[in-house]
Design a protein around this ligand. Structure first.
Ligand code: CP
Length: 332
């Protein structure tokens, strides 16, 4: 964590992660009281959300604080580039919006996960980073196309509750099909944190759905430092073999990031990239994870999602607990 923002899992140390998860476990066991009384959290959603929005609201309200929720429809179109000549559609610069909001709220959460251009542009998280630069209050990443750190925190708490020790456990992070282009946020953040935990991570995807090289390099280094490993395979059956956790998630094709039709065409031949009972039977009785929302019977079958080894609702529930811990750390 830098500047008391929470933007990425890349710069989290193992010590910081353990501290956050320990605090989340404590607040889950026993409500800490009205520690956010008098404080306001501003949430800006430029994309839809169910879990992130509700879990942050519930977290803040249960801690005695207040929430202001704004969606893209409530806001002026924003310009994130410094020194832009604003003669286009953008009515307000992020600099002015961030500096203004900082005078009203104690922290800001921002979801900005859309595709706005090429991968090279979108991977820079311009809107989020501009808010973080100009805001004088902590900024929390509620998901960009590049990172979803709050989701990964909840996932690590869920894994810790179910497996106790994560070091050396085999987690397969498996691409699955989806009719729409999806963000790489959850994938990148789970890669980072599973590696930081010393898990043996297998990343499985079809050719063409490579994750960002920087995230791959960072995760490899983190896994190595923590006594774990990271391998990439293009065969889902090989990846499932011996897995103790299957984390299913679809993500977009960075090569065709600005060409959704081309991506959809590529995905038409990848419909067997789906988690079903036959695939799960080849694992080591694996737990099944997915960050939701999920396309049932496209990405994963009903039987698997509703099965005894599915953790999908535990992951969703833990969003509120880790976010309470995060708010308490950022606003202490
Ligand atoms: N997993 C997740 O972030 O869900 P929402 O998109 O509903 O917030």
């Amino acid at each position: 964590m830098s500047k008391r923002d929470f933007l990425s899992t890349a710069d989290l140390t193992r010590h910081e992660l353990d501290d956050l998860l320990d605090l989340a476990a404590r607040v889950k066991g026993k409500r800490p009281g009205q520690v956010m009384a008098g404080k306001t959290l501003g949430l800006l959603f430029f994309q839809p959300s169910l879990r992130t929005r509700v879990s942050f609201e519930v977290a803040m309200v249960q801690l005695g604080g207040h929430v202001i929720n704004l969606s893209a429809d409530d806001l002026y179109e924003l310009e994130p580039q410094d020194q832009a000549v604003m003669n286009g559609p953008a009515e307000e610069h992020v600099k002015d919006a961030a500096r203004t909001l900082s005078r009203y709220v104690d922290a800001l959460g921002i979801r900005a996960a859309s595709r706005t251009g090429t991968w090279e542009r979108d991977r820079q998280e311009l809107l989020l980073r501009s808010y973080a630069k100009y805001s004088s209050v902590p900024v929390i990443n509620l998901e960009t196309c590049f990172a979803h750190p709050c989701q990964a925190l909840a996932d690590m708490l869920t894994l810790r509750e179910n497996l106790v020790s994560l070091k050396g456990r085999k987690l397969t992070l498996l691409w699955c099909n989806h009719p729409e282009p999806k963000s790489l946020g959850p994938t990148h953040s789970v890669l980072h944190l599973a590696a930081l935990m010393g898990m043996n991570v297998t990343l499985a995807h079809p050719l063409g759905f490579e994750v960002d090289q920087q995230v791959l390099d960072e995760s490899r280094r983190m896994a190595g430092d923590a006594g774990g490993s990271l391998q990439v395979v293009n065969d889902m059956r090989a990846a499932a073999d011996g897995a103790e956790v299957v984390y299913a998630r679809s993500w977009g094709c960075t090569k065709y990031w600005d060409d959704a039709e081309r991506e959809a065409m590529v995905k038409r031949s990848l419909q067997d990239w789906k988690v079903d009972e036959a695939l799960m039977a080849t694992t080591k009785d694996a737990l099944l994870m997915h960050p939701l929302p999920v396309r049932r019977n496209v990405a994963a079958s009903d039987a698997v999602l509703d099965g005894k080894r599915s953790l999908i609702y535990e992951q969703a529930a833990n969003r509120a607990h880790v976010q309470k811990a995060l708010l308490m750390q950022l606003l202490k």
